[in-house]
Design a protein around this ligand. Structure first.
Ligand SMILES: [Zn+2]
Length: 412
């Protein structure tokens, strides 16, 4: 027995690594029995990443490893190696694609999970890889190794169905069944609650018809079966349920506690950049509540943030919380006798009640202002990363305890 990993086959011809992997599993010798296929998302900022940045792995059992390796050698040459150098087209992302550099690995024993932990959080190079018993191809060996070194303890499930070869019309997935299945508690991220639209079909060109995500394998399987069997859904080439690290939050390290120095806002696109005493924090317009909170911030406010650090040492905010904030404005106190707002007598002259003429020193009362959110916030579902763990899964909603800064009253 051993572990097989595959990555980086996205291309014009084959479309997506999941479909290539599905074919590979279907073509294995009869003497090989397969475990649960896994789909592992890796560090989204990797320099050389493919469209979905997902790698595949599986545990295989066989009495005849020699036969299996000979089969994999031939399969590699005939079905996977030809993808090398192809560039996956994307009509939804302007980002430059790396040419495909497929990689496949075979480990007789599962490699250490430290390798996965590194590959999901930061850049990994080929020379850092643990040495497999067999390997094929190029750069894709990194993702392939990460996929098999993942322990899979914290996981969700995704049932993926692929379109028939050559299908390029608009995707047809039974909407009523999607809605029904979405009502099951184990089915997650399948509909956008704000717009009421389905999120299971990918945008743009891909051999994937849909991916149905769930917190249990059984629900993913059952929901997928209902969808592909419906008359309202187009015929599929096949489907499979993957164990995934999606929604694990594995990509995020510790939270940052930062003090705001300034907030720069792009006037057209509304992206916000929070300048802090540490790394700057980017809050894209698509981030909804994260962006709204960012744009409310002022110098002196304190925030807690979780996100990925990019190559420019900026944090891309995935979770944001206001820890404390400076008062947004101030006003003169009321007269203790008449409850009328007191007025300034001029610089350094103190204040006076306009009604009873009572005089006091030069006092101010801070007005804290009202932040748009006082709890943790995260981007809406359709703007989150595959890896992002929802706040509601961590009991982080409604738990924020917050007080305005207890600043000394201004005495200017
Ligand atoms: Zn008065």
């Amino acid at each position: 027995m051993g572990w097989l990993g595959l990555d980086d086959t996205d291309s014009l011809a084959g479309g997506c690594t999941t479909a290539v992997f599905h074919d590979l599993l279907n073509g294995l010798p009869d003497s090989t029995s397969i475990g649960t296929p896994r789909l592992v998302r890796l560090w989204p900022f990797a320099q050389r990443r493919t469209r979905g940045n997902a790698a595949l792995g599986i545990e295989l059992q066989t009495e005849d490893v020699g036969e299996l390796i000979r089969h994999l050698d031939a399969w590699w040459s005939n079905h996977i190696a030809p993808f090398a150098g192809e560039v996956a087209p994307s009509d939804v992302s302007p980002r430059e694609q790396s040419p495909a550099s497929p990689g496949m690995v075979w480990f007789e024993n599962q490699p250490p999970s430290e390798f996965y932990q590194k590959a999901v959080r930061t850049e990994v190079t080929l020379d850092e890889l643990p040495t497999p018993e067999h390997s094929w191809g190029g750069h894709g060996r990194i993702g392939a190794t990460a996929a098999v070194s993942w322990k899979g303890k914290e996981c969700t499930w995704e049932a993926i169905a692929w379109r028939l070869e050559g299908a390029d019309s608009a995707r047809r997935v039974d909407h009523a069944t999607v809605e029904a299945v979405d009502g099951w508690p184990e089915i997650v991220f399948s509909r956008d609650p704000r717009r009421g639209t389905s999120l299971i079909a990918p945008r743009g060109r891909s051999p994937v018809l849909f991916g149905l995500r769930a917190t249990s394998k059984e629900a993913a399987e059952k929901g997928c079966r209902l969808l592909v069997q419906s008359e309202e859904t187009e015929r599929v080439r096949g489907w499979r349920v993957f164990q995934t690290n999606q929604a694990s939050g594995d990509h995020l390290g510790d939270h940052w506690l930062l003090e705001v120095q300034d907030v720069l806002t792009d006037p057209v696109r509304k992206h916000a950049q929070i300048i802090t005493n540490g790394p700057d924090v980017l809050c894209y317009a698509e981030g909804g509540p994260v962006n709204a909170l960012a744009r409310w911030l002022q110098e002196g406010d304190e925030i807690e943030v979780a996100g990925l650090i990019d190559h420019d040492e900026q944090i891309h905010a995935e979770r944001l919380k206001l820890k404390s904030w400076v008062p947004r404005s101030r006003q003169r106190p009321l007269c203790p006798d008449c409850q009328v707002r007191m007025k300034s007598m001029g610089a350094g002259q103190g204040i006076r009640c306009p009604k009873c003429k009572r005089r006091e020193g030069d006092e101010w009362i801070d007005i804290p202002g009202s932040p748009p959110f006082r709890t943790w916030v995260e981007p809406p579902l359709d703007a989150r990363r595959h890896l992002s763990r929802p706040l509601e899964w961590e009991d982080m909603v409604g738990s924020a305890e917050i007080l305005p800064n207890d600043e000394e009253q201004s005495t200017s």
